[in-house]
Design a protein around this ligand. Structure first.
Ligand code: NDP
Length: 304
């Protein structure tokens, strides 16, 4: 029987994850299909319940469901429990297990961004959604000592900080109101800036003005594209990277969880690049690319 893996999100049209996961199944001779399920929040519980049947290997979960899926599965791995967000589901018989492979994906992206330098200890995060939760947990477990979170709706950043109170008991994790002057002051004290908002996804906008950036910063945008933020940061002399490595490595980890086999990383990376060049949108929703922006992001945009 052909097995099924689904991506549950809203919207999910033309996912980049589909291109890389299907190619990986095919290349290893695994009889499985990767399907896109566009499900609004009201249909989420039914969609997750369907996964209990034998025909499914599991699922990916994306915007806007990563946090909502948590109470719908039977068991959470340490990362999923700690972040309060699930991006991958596997099946143990009829029981569902929630994982968070975004944490691992983020850590690979962070390591590449930092390169041979000493790992910094201070970071500023923009955003407080499911992606930001993986980032904050990744930084805490990496040994960061000071993490400041800015979010449009301050209460969401505050509840995220509260969620991490225990894991962050030994360090400073704070939510601050989104004011340009406060962001600039915090950026002057930090080495890492991560954009985990979706600003820049569908428009040529940056979450912050170019003047707030200083050349000492290492800037990671989770969006898999050459965003306005990355262009401004590169012009200011910062080291920059887009979300490509995170997307690839969270996907590779999910593949291994579903199949028990090592992921064909090179092939998956090639398929991601091709899909992006062809103008497809990601499971994570990055804007349609074109050959020009792909080349720019791949060469100048990424730190690796
Ligand atoms: P969520 O929907 O959970 O969160 C969205 C975040 O963006 C919130 O902090 C929200 O703020 C903020 N935001 C959205 N629109 C605006 C706006 N107009 N002005 C200010 N803030 C805004 O999404 P995720 O956390 O899952 O994803 C966030 C981004 O990270 C996406 O672009 C996604 O593509 C990317 N991502 C990439 C991954 C990768 O593998 N490369 C993995 C995960 C995410 P508020 O709470 O105030 O609404």
């Amino acid at each position: 029987m052909t097995k099924r893996v689904v991506l549950i999100g809203h919207p999910v049209a033309h996912s980049l994850s589909g291109a890389m996961q299907q190619a990986a199944f095919d290349s290893l001779g695994i009889d499985a299909t990767y399907e896109l399920w566009d499900r609004p929040p009201i249909e989420l519980a039914d969609a997750v319940a369907e996964l209990r049947s034998d025909e499914f290997l599991g699922a990916n979960v994306t915007i806007p469901h990563k946090e909502r899926v948590v109470p719908l599965v039977d068991r959470l791995t340490e990362e999923a429990h700690a972040t309060g967000a699930v991006n991958t589901i596997t099946r143990e018989g009829r029981r569902l297990v929630g994982h968070n492979t975004d944490v691992l994906g983020f850590k690979v992206a962070l390591d590449r961004l930092v390169g041979k330098q000493k790992m910094p200890r201070q970071a500023v995060i923009l955003g407080a959604g499911g992606g930001a939760r993986a980032v904050v947990y990744g930084l805490i477990t990496e040994g960061f000592q000071r993490i400041i979170v800015f979010n449009r709706h301050l209460h969401r950043a505050e509840s995220m900080v509260k969620h991490f109170a225990r894991s962050a008991a030994h360090m400073e994790l704070r939510a601050m109101p989104w004011h340009e002057s406060i962001i600039e002051a915090e950026l002057a004290r930090a080495r890492i800036l991560v954009n985990a908002t979706s600003i820049g996804l569908t428009s040529d906008e940056s979450p912050i003005s170019a003047d707030t950036l200083n050349p000492e910063l290492l800037v990671l945008d989770l969006i898999y594209a050459r965003t306005r933020l990355l262009t401004d940061a590169a012009a200011a002399g910062c080291t920059v990277a887009d979300g490509g490595q995170m997307l690839l490595h969270q996907g590779a980890a999910a593949f291994t969880l579903w199949t028990g086999q090592p992921a064909p990383l090179e092939l998956m990376q090639e398929r991601l690049a091709e899909a992006r060049a062809g103008g497809l949108r990601s499971a994570e929703g990055e804007p349609a690319g074109d050959a020009g922006t792909t080349a720019a992001a791949g060469a100048a945009g990424a730190a690796d």
